[in-house]
Design a protein around this ligand. Structure first.
Ligand code: GDG
Length: 462
């Protein structure tokens, strides 16, 4: 069996992979089966001028190959181009894109450097799987070094429509470098179509058969591979003795009879201010929910070095304080806002103990929280998922209550519907949702992608 090489910006701590969950576990499993190597940044930043080599550590059959970034690389590649240009623009937020030519150079430089370090580790029969927007040009850089092995790419975030992609600096170069991959995987058919349209309408490419696209003198496979979760593991986590105890405490300590839960990294794509405004509208439009419903929003900090993230933190603190000040009482706090990471087991318990899961990103590649909320439910008394139609997950989870996350009144109405939904309808919706979540679980995602990559091979036609 050929070895699997995974390349991603960050490498998971394999000893903690079980706690961090889904994706890390799925990749770690695949790496275990195939004597794999996981390659990427170790999360450390060193002074400019230092350029330490690869650090190799062996964990059973899996090898971790990591390297630090210099301060300049961190500023230009990580903060600059990846998180101040690609992340906002690919989430349709051109207004937040901060374009700086130096950052593009840094992005190229780090991808080149990563390719040189990775190439030295490769064996002839390896399968290489590259993840996410930080490493789009990695295959092109590997090819320039003579690497012939099959290389696949999976984009975890959305791919925007052509008119938005056209505003990304160096977009044609990015698209060209994608054609060095043998398989390009997206989360949804919407992303796949956006990419296909850009290639056909703007760079003269063509679709030669379903899922095979030709441009820049190369043909490659372009497909959707919706990512999923480990459903059974998450269900079990929500049903331990500790989970039961936590759910009892949640219900006992709060005077509210119903709970709404949201869990998201504190990111402007997740629609958190609008979510709180929608909850306020629920209390205004349907006052019977006062003292009867509590909303818990867990929003752990992330990317705090990027300015747009501190702005949103202030906005959220202001909004939750204002709602609690206006509606709260000595025996009821309407919003519980927690700006800290929680244990995964606690999240599972909170999902199971909450009547409504509220997942309203303004744009999201997939959104695993939506799937985790469904997986944690009890089949005989399930909660209701209220889901943004702009999350990739909405393509599969049509039986959730789908909402426009920008429309606070529409979300308030959906919350009211969810809170008052009869058991029969809740069960019917849950059955349809859990079937889909099980069908497209993380194992299926990983196997489908690797099967496609094994059988692919981009022909060079020019
Ligand atoms: C990117 C794409 C795509 C959250 N808070 C805590 C915590 N989490 C866990 C959740 C979930 C994961 O983090 C977040 O995954 P999402 O899919 O919701 O979002 P992103 O982080 O933006 O991920 C996204 C994903 O990649 C996979 O392809 O779905 O669209 O943006 O598992 O439960 N976990 C713990 N404590 C927390 O406080 N332990």
């Amino acid at each position: 069996m050929s070895r699997l090489i995974v390349a991603s910006n960050r490498v998971a701590d394999l000893d903690k992979a079980v706690q961090s969950g889904g994706l890390a576990v799925a990749l770690a499993d695949a790496l275990h089966e195939r004597r794999g190597v996981w390659f990427g940044w170790d999360g450390k930043v060193v002074s400019d001028g230092l350029q330490p080599g690869l650090n190799l550590t062996q964990h059973g059959p899996v090898r971790l190959a990591t390297l630090p970034l210099t301060q300049r690389d961190y500023d230009e590649y990580y903060l600059g181009f990846s998180n101040n240009v690609l992340w906002p623009c690919f989430h349709y937020r051109l207004d937040l894109g901060r374009i700086d030519p130096k950052s593009i150079d840094g992005y190229r430089r780090v991808n080149q450097h990563f390719a040189q370090s990775l190439a030295a580790l490769l064996e002839p029969d390896d399968l290489i799987w590259v993840h996410d927007y930080h490493l789009i040009p990695l295959a092109a850089e590997l090819r320039a070094l003579g690497v012939k092995q099959r290389i696949g790419f999976f984009l975890h975030i959305p791919f925007p429509p052509p008119d938005i992609f056209l505003a990304v600096p160096e977009q044609e170069w990015l698209a060209r470098t994608l054609f060095s991959y043998d398989v390009i995987g997206f989360q949804t058919s919407v992303d796949t179509n956006n990419f296909r349209r850009y290639i056909i309408e703007h760079v003269g490419g063509e679709e030669i058969s379903e899922g095979r696209v030709r441009a820049f003198g190369r043909t490659t496979t372009v497909k959707a591979f919706p990512i999923g979760i480990d459903v059974e593991a998450f269900y079990n986590m929500a049903h331990t003795e500790t989970a039961e105890e936590q759910i009892m405490r949640l219900h006992r300590r709060s005077m509210a009879s119903s709970h709404i839960v949201g869990v998201d990294r504190l990111d402007y794509t997740k629609g958190l201010p609008d979510r709180l405004k929608a909850f306020r509208r629920l209390l205004e439009l349907y006052p019977e929910n006062r003292k009867a419903v509590t909303m818990m929003q867990i929003a752990p900090p992330t990317r705090e070095d990027v300015a747009a993230y501190s702005d949103i933190r202030e906005e959220l603190e202001g909004l939750s304080g204002a709602i609690n000040g206006e509606f709260g009482d000595f025996d009821w706090t309407p919003v519980r806002y927690i700006h800290r990471a929680m244990q995964r087991e606690t999240l599972a318990a909170l999902f199971r103990g909450s009547q409504v899961g509220l997942v309203t990103p303004l744009r999201d590649g997939m959104n695993l929280v939506a799937k985790e909320y469904v997986a944690a439910q009890d089949a005989d008394n399930p909660g209701v998922l209220v889901l943004s139609r702009f999350a990739g997950a909405a393509e599969e989870l049509a039986e959730a209550i789908l909402v426009n996350p920008y429309d606070n009144d529409e979300v308030a109405l959906a919350l009211q519907k969810a809170l008052t939904m009869r058991l029969k309808e809740r069960r019917e919706r849950y059955e349809a949702l859990i079937t889909r979540v099980r069908e497209h679980d993380v194992k299926n995602w990983q196997e489908t992608f690797l099967t496609e990559l094994r059988s692919a091979g981009a022909e060079i036609i020019e």
